[in-house]
Design a protein. Sequence first.
Length: 156
Amino acid sequence: MVIGHGPEIDSIQTEYDREGNSVWSGKHGGVGSAKVDKIKLDFPHEYLTTVSGYYGSIKSGDTIFILSLTLQTNKLKYGPFSTNQGAYFSFPTTGGMIVGFHGSSAWYLDSIGVYLKPLTKPNPSKVRFIDFSGTHDTVRNTAQKLGKSFERQSFR
């Protein structure tokens, strides 16, 4: 990922994996940046888990855009890029990874959002029942109901 910034986030460009091949996105945002930082993740061993930062305007009443970004992986924290001023935002994941971005830009990075992917699909474990009542029908019906609720869990 390449992040251009000054007192705000000017632009971002991301590298992603498409079926085992490295692909770069276009540059999103403006062309002028006081500083450019590059981040190279050790994918697939390192992946994004949280994107956070600040948004607001530099001058009162001015256009609102992304002022700062911080990227957290399962191994390291990168940033903050620019200064932590304005209103805070965070996109944390639970049991997943960030696999893409969406947003809007013009001269600066105006907005940012993330696409998530679960790390693993849920797989119900086998449950052992001990029937203290002496009726096996109760246990069988409970097992069927539990099995159906596990099958309905989805991260899609």
